[in-house]
Design a protein around this ligand. Structure first.
Ligand SMILES: [Zn+2]
Ligand SMILES: [Zn+2]
Length: 120
């Protein structure tokens, strides 16, 4: 059991919290994208997208960041399926509305995570 999580200096920004990994100390496309900025000009001083500008990263939080969203997506999809099954089998009057609502929800969740995974 690893009780104490190791703290590392972020490899991407060398522990500064600011991304300077692109040309002439400007911020790289990855971090600009993470900061939800769009620019054709080089941007400077963008917070590091790997450690979220903290400069330090530890194994536990990075693990959490990578694993939490898919678990959440699976939970939403699972809960949606369960609701559909329950409503369908009990002939609930709201079943058609629920089905379309949950269908749309699942669709957006699946699209979101698949787009994200494909863009890596
Ligand atoms: Zn960093
Ligand atoms: Zn960067």
């Amino acid at each position: 059991m690893e009780e104490v999580s190791k703290i590392y200096e972020c490899a991407h920004c060398n522990g500064t919290g600011t991304c300077t990994s692109a040309k002439e100390g400007s911020s790289c496309a990855h971090c600009i994208k993470k900061a939800e900025l769009k620019s054709n000009e080089p941007l400077f001083g963008i917070a590091c997208g790997t450690c979220w500008g903290i400069g330090k990263t530890d194994s536990a939080t990075s693990r959490l960041r990578h694993r939490t969203p898919p678990i959440l997506a699976i939970a939403i999809i699972f809960a949606s399926f369960l609701t559909i099954i329950i409503f369908g089998s009990t002939n609930n009057v709201h079943f058609p509305e629920t089905l379309s609502l949950l269908g749309a929800l699942m669709g957006s969740v699946i699209t979101f995570y698949f787009t994200k995974a494909g863009g890596k």
